[in-house]
Design a protein around this ligand. Structure first.
Ligand code: ZN
Length: 434
């Protein structure tokens, strides 16, 4: 007869072996040590707050590229780096004549990447007219801005004088913009001209920016994309507080990027995604959202089934550990689908408890949502009282790394039925968005 000790030992050995087998079948573990390693890199003082257009942001991109490659992702196209150029125009001068009369330069706004632009009625530009409106300034501006965005071609937009107060806001469109061959000229005044000539001179600063994008191709539904994203830029170096001027952005949004990298490893190990998973680290979220805009232009929105955008999951939510919220909960039925997948787990996701903060519109998900994609941000941030938000004190030491690991696991589980193709969230109704 074996002694009890041996039996116990053999049981332990047996359990140990079977546990190992079980562990191998189970998905990759979300290891807090790995999260800490990623955070310590991205949110270190060396990264100088990851401001858009800085060499430090390029270093961050390189680091993320290495992580995607090591996780076994494939590049989205030829490279993990999705590069594009933003220009910052400096206005040098303008001359505008309509039917041989020179008009006040205040009434002309030229949005261009062309240093020396000359446009007349023979240039082949599309001519638009924006009719009178007594809407609010903001509504008027968004109507003009929509004309600009939807133009996507050379255009002259004649804007009715009832837009007089909101017209100057259009200069916001030329603070920085995608380098483009298309020029859009806005003219305020009730003209239906026979002839016009507009000449504008600008100088430009160029910024080369890049998203980092990797893919795990689906087993069966290859052209149905599910996106996991965060932004890797932050706001750089600024006003010092308590002797610290580096805005590290450990929570905003190195935490989201850590999640995206961990999810890439997790789903690669699980290796059973029917839909194609896209892991995206966006640039320039804090300065115009250009990264997610460029990303969305490289895809067909109708092929994007869902977007899980992740922002600031480094602190406990208002409900405590293991819980998070979903922004824009009522904009699609993706929230309820995620909650269904979390039933019976330790995790709960709630509708965004801070609707006044407009969080749905304040991150990269909004860009995709405006194209109809069920695109939401998942966060744990107590936005009514987040002491380190956009402060130099947004540092790694303020994060609850263990809880972050739990939230990342929760996000993975919440996506189960969407990834397997069992569930497809309803499209966002674009006409209901701001
Ligand atoms: Zn953010």
């Amino acid at each position: 007869m074996k002694n009890l000790f041996k039996i116990i030992t053999s049981i332990i050995i047996f359990l140990g072996i079977s546990y190992t087998c079980f562990a191998q079948k189970q998905a990759f573990n979300i290891d807090p040590k790995e999260i800490l390693r990623i955070e310590n890199t991205l949110a270190s003082d060396d990264m100088k707050g990851r401001k858009t257009g800085t060499p430090e942001l390029d270093s961050a991109a390189q680091f993320i590229e290495g992580e995607f490659s090591r996780a076994g992702l494939k590049p989205f196209s030829t490279s993990f780096l999705q590069e594009f150029v933003i220009v910052r125009p400096k206005f040098l001068g303008l001359k505008a004549e309509i039917d041989d009369k020179e008009i006040d330069t205040k009434n002309v706004i030229v949005v261009t990447s062309n240093a020396d632009l000359k446009v007349n009625e023979k240039s082949g530009y599309k001519i638009h007219y924006i009719k009178p409106s007594n809407a609010t300034d903001a509504a008027q501006f968004s109507r003009m801005a929509r004309a600009f965005v939807s133009a996507n071609e050379n255009a002259v937009v004649f804007v009715d004088t009832s837009f007089g107060k909101s017209f100057s806001r259009l200069t916001g469109l030329k603070r920085q913009l995608f380098k483009s061959d298309h020029n859009v000229v806005f003219v305020l005044g009730n003209y239906v001209p026979k002839e016009f000539t507009i000449k504008a001179k600008h100088a430009f600063d160029e910024m080369k920016l890049k998203n980092v994008v990797g893919v795990l191709h689906g087993k069966t539904k290859k052209n149905e994309y599910v996106i996991f994203s965060g932004h890797y830029d932050h706001i750089g170096i600024g006003k010092a507080e308590n002797g610290d001027s580096i805005y590290n952005g450990a929570n905003d949004d190195a935490a989201g990027i850590a999640a995206v990298i961990m999810l890439a490893n997790y789903f690669k190990a699980l290796n059973n995604n029917e839909r194609t998973l896209v892991f995206a680290a966006f640039t320039a979220e804090e300065s115009g959202g250009f990264g997610s805009q460029y990303f969305s232009q490289q895809m067909k929105p109708e092929e994007i089934i869902a977007m899980f955008n992740i922002e600031m999951i480094g602190t406990e939510s208002k409900w405590g550990k293991n819980s998070a919220f979903i922004t824009g909960y009522d904009k699609s039925d993706m929230g309820p689908i995620m909650q269904e997948s979390l039933k019976g787990t330790a995790f709960t996701f709630h509708p965004d408890p801070y609707p006044n903060q407009q969080l749905f519109y304040r991150s990269d998900n909004a860009t995709l949502a405006r194209l109809g994609v069920p695109a939401h941000t998942i966060s744990t941030s107590k936005m009514d009282a987040e002491p380190n938000y956009h402060k130099p004190s947004d540092e790694v030491k303020t994060l609850d790394i263990e809880n972050m690991a739990a939230i990342i696991k929760a996000i993975a589980l919440s996506a189960t039925s969407i990834i397997s193709g069992k569930a497809t969230p309803a499209r966002v109704k674009v006409e209901n968005l701001k």
